[in-house]
Design a protein around this ligand. Structure first.
Ligand code: NAG
Ligand code: NAG
Ligand code: NAG
Ligand code: NAG
Length: 320
């Protein structure tokens, strides 16, 4: 319950979320390696724009290539042994990202607004493993659910190139709140249960349209101005930064342009509607839940929708 209160407070305060996170009983390390480079001219780069056709965006990004919700990311193939990324002005300074090559372990680093970060180098573990077979697969995910990045440029070495990697043939989407977004988990998005299930399925695309504190009913809940029955239809989430970027006129999510259409949609909502602090009536809750499911069927007619019941729901003693 202490934790619930803490994030409710953090959401209300907006920007500053400071907490000690324990990981296997030890304080989580947050001194991630510095990847920012200051002198771009010292490198011989072949540079691509953020909207290059070779880059496959995963999860929700707006038309300015700003990321939202939990664990959004992108994938591309690259030749050579170097990848750097320049982050745009709508990046939240210090956002934690995870990235990896060819499905190996995630490497974490904080990225900076306007900074160019050198993520893959000849020293990156495993970079030579597939030699002489090209390309390697590069994947990046934004790991902080409340923060986000804007992609400006992608760089490889001169003479090298990006290569389009086709998506996997199966897709799962999670629609949820803190439990799916990875709130309180060590790396947030990349340690959420939604990520774990999506990744664990293997060769499956996964999208996590989840935000802590959100209700399904369309009303203010724990600082989220709208509920999922409304917000799921938009690119941006209910964060303060989405409001800074889009005001109260966010971009509708372009379902037509999705790289893959989910085969399975898992909805895990209701924890926040059930909290007396949010005062959602049973009628409003059921009505919103039904409308969201109808909306999902409308956008993805062939998808199976799985509605999760939070086992502890009836035991959650709601505090104000
Ligand atoms: C972003 O963070 C970096 C390192 O943490 C710092 O050097 C830089 O001044 C910050 N930039 C802005 C615009 O706050
Ligand atoms: C890097 O990210 C971690 C995890 O979100 C955070 O605790 C830490 O303060 C960040 N560091 C900087 C310099 O922003
Ligand atoms: C995905 O589907 C396409 C077309 O049916 C097929 O050619 C391809 O082998 C499949 N890929 C995987 C990884 O199963
Ligand atoms: C909760 O909602 C009901 C009706 O929607 C209203 O009468 C009541 O005053 C609300 N309670 C709080 C604490 O906001």
């Amino acid at each position: 319950m202490m934790q619930l209160k803490t994030w409710a407070l953090a959401l209300t305060l907006g920007r500053v979320v400071e907490a000690t996170i324990l990981q296997n009983g030890q304080v989580r390390e947050t001194n991630f390696p510095e990847t920012k480079i200051s002198d771009l001219s010292a490198y011989d780069f072949n540079t691509y724009d953020a909207d290059a056709a070779e880059i496959s965006y995963k999860g929700r990004w707006d038309s300015k290539k700003v990321s939202y919700w939990s664990a959004p990311g992108f994938v591309f193939g690259f030749s050579g042994d170097t990848v750097a990324i320049t982050f745009g002005k709508d990046t939240v300074n210090g956002t934690l990202i995870g990235y990896r090559i060819s499905g190996m372990d995630w490497i974490f680093t904080n990225v900076t607004v306007g900074g160019t970060h050198l993520l893959v180098t000849p020293e990156t573990l495993g970079i030579g493993e597939t030699y002489p077979v090209n390309p390697q697969r590069f994947e990046m995910r934004v790991s902080n659910w409340g923060y986000g990045v804007q992609i400006d440029k992608v760089h490889v070495r001169t003479g090298e190139s990006l290569i389009k990697i086709p998506p996997y043939n199966r897709t799962i989407e999670f629609i949820g709140d803190s439990l799916s977004a990875g709130d309180f988990q060590s790396y947030e998005g990349l340690s959420s249960f939604a990520y774990g299930v999506g990744e664990g399925m293997g060769e499956t695309e996964y999208y996590v349209t989840a935000f802590p504190g959100i209700c399904v009913a369309d009303q203010e809940c724990w600082g989220n101005p709208r509920g999922q029955v409304h917000q799921w239809f938009y690119s941006s989430d209910t964060s303060w930064r989405a409001t800074e970027i889009w005001g109260d006129n966010p971009e509708p999510w372009d379902f037509e342009k999705m790289e893959t259409i989910p085969d399975i949609v898992v909805i895990n909502l209701g924890t926040n509607d059930n909290n007396v602090a949010n005062n959602v009536s049973a009628e409003a809750y059921v009505d919103a839940y039904k409308k969201l499911i109808q909306g999902v069927h409308g956008k993805y007619p062939k998808a199976q929708v799985v509605v999760m019941v939070v086992p502890l729901l009836s035991n959650l003693n709601p505090e104000p």
